[in-house]
Design a protein around this ligand. Sequence first.
Ligand code: IMP
Ligand code: MG
Length: 153
Amino acid sequence: MKLGQELISADAIQRRVREIAQEISRDYQGIERALILLSVLKGSVSSYGAGTQSSGHVQLLKDLTMDVAGRDVLMVEDIIDTGLTTSFLFDHVQRHGPKSLKLCVLLNKEERRITPVPITYKGFDIPNHFVVGYGLDYDELYRNLTAVHILEP
Ligand code: IMP
Ligand code: MG
């Protein structure tokens, strides 16, 4: 596998992230207790291993460290592909009884969806390619790139 063409520039990412941040601030202004941003840490969920295909079996390796009952929670995801990971986590968090639960995602591969997920804030729709950069890795490589690139076989 090798690094392919740039799909989303660093500038475009920064602009979109700023827009979404403003939207989120607007939507949640005036809530009683601070919004909980829930991010999925690398390593807290496994379904990929060292490959570009999800195994389809999601395993929770580390649970929530905070009580979200009665709180406004926003799950923040890097990318939604099949939707298996996110729908599993969404349902899991929902069972902890948050006051509200919404989903924010930077990249969406709609074409690949197996399980539907309710996205409230979305950065970009992207075609069906494996992508890296801006935190996304391929076997721990390319996370550090400031733009999103396609990975080529
Ligand atoms: P899903 O369960 O198939 O939706 O995949 C969710 C997880 O797989 C994401 O949170 C990523 O960690 C990883 N993933 C899916 N597609 C890509 C990609 O194109 N590049 C890097 N990681 C990906
Ligand atoms: Mg990941």
